[in-house]
Design a protein around this ligand. Structure first.
Ligand code: DAK
Length: 270
């Protein structure tokens, strides 16, 4: 279903738009917009972000989503002022992690276009995305230790899987900030680009992915994510089932036929 109401909603903390791509589906763009607090992620913002992402995920005209911030900050973390007075039980009752779980369940690829600070929950949000395009200026870190806590939205787990134990321990136990080049070398970042083109690069990547057969893209994403919590044996089984499943799509027949006939395929997303 193509329902565009999410584009018109009066969001307070994000800007939502969609961009046309040269071929294929559109890209849903969400810009985090609390510049006065370096895009600190408060509850209302997270609610809006997740709602907008899910709306794009449901929209058949959307192929891919991009989340970005501004030059100075992707997001400097969860909003510390919102958590400053909260105790354990209040945090438990708030159950804010449920929103983060919804990001994990999105079917379409999500790209983080990061410039400036990506700290704490901001770094975790970037890691919840499927790829990270980073400006040279970007700074990644998990500084929660300096607040007397630890990462709570996946930092200890996702970082370890992405960059290994040695660097993760250093990052989380010191709370230091790292450059995008360091995080690219460590394997967290897909690509580092000049400061003025990070969003353009992310949108270009999103456009390329949006030109591919939708169901194959979604099942490929699902398989890659599955590898994070499965043995090689069960991961291979899972991949195989999805591989078989794709042989029932019209796009599979079209893709292979087009190759044999030496022409460009015309994808249907079915
Ligand atoms: N929260 C609230 N306000 C923030 C903020 C944050 N995380 N980061 C910056 N700000 C605000 C500052 O308070 C300041 O506001 P005013 O004083 O002007 O009112 C404004 O943004 C500009 O910041 P600075 O003046 O500090 O700017 P600088 O350039 O000097 O420094 C900085 C930039 C990024 C180094 C510094 O602002 C900083 O250290 N910020 C905090 C970084 C941090 O500790 N991040 C981790 C936060 S803990 C959860 C999910 C996730 C999380 C928790 C729970 N659930 C689902 C339950 C994650 C936790 C975190 O992320």
């Amino acid at each position: 279903m193509s329902d565009k109401t999410h584009l018109e909603k009066p969001y307070k903390n994000i800007l939502v738009s969609e961009t046309e791509n040269p071929i294929g589906l559109k890209t849903g763009l969400i810009q985090i917009n609390r510049p006065e607090v370096l895009n600190a992620l408060n509850n209302e913002l997270m609610q809006e972000l997740v709602n907008a992402l899910e709306a794009f995920d449901r929209d058949i005209e959307t192929g891919c989503m991009v989340i970005t911030g501004n030059q100075k900050a992707f997001a400097a973390g969860a909003d510390i002022k919102e958590m400053a007075d909260a105790g354990s039980i209040e945090m438990l009752v708030r159950d804010q992690f449920a929103r983060w779980d919804r990001i994990r369940k999105l079917k379409k690829p999500v790209i983080a276009a990061v410039s400036g600070f990506a700290l704490g929950g901001g770094c975790e949000l970037a890691m919840s995305c499927d790829m990270i395009i980073a400006a040279e200026s970007a700074k990644f870190g998990q500084p929660e230790i300096n607040l007397g806590v630890i990462p709570g939205a996946g930092g200890t787990q996702r970082l370890t899987k992405a960059i290994g134990k040695a660097k993760t321990m250093e990052m989380i136990l010191t709370g230091r900030m790292y450059t995008s080049k360091e995080m690219f070398d460590a394997g967290l970042v897909t690509k580092v680009v000049d400061n003025d083109v990070y969003l353009e690069e992310a949108l270009e990547l999103a456009g390329e992915i949006s030109s591919k057969p939708t169901i194959a893209v979604q099942l490929a994403k699902e398989c890659v994510l599955k590898s994070f919590d499965s043995t090689i044996e069960s991961g291979l089984e899972f991949e195989r089932k999805n591989f078989y499943l794709l042989f029932s799509t019209e796009d599979k027949f079209e893709g292979m036929k087009a190759f044999v006939e030496k022409r460009k395929p015309e994808w249907k997303g079915k």
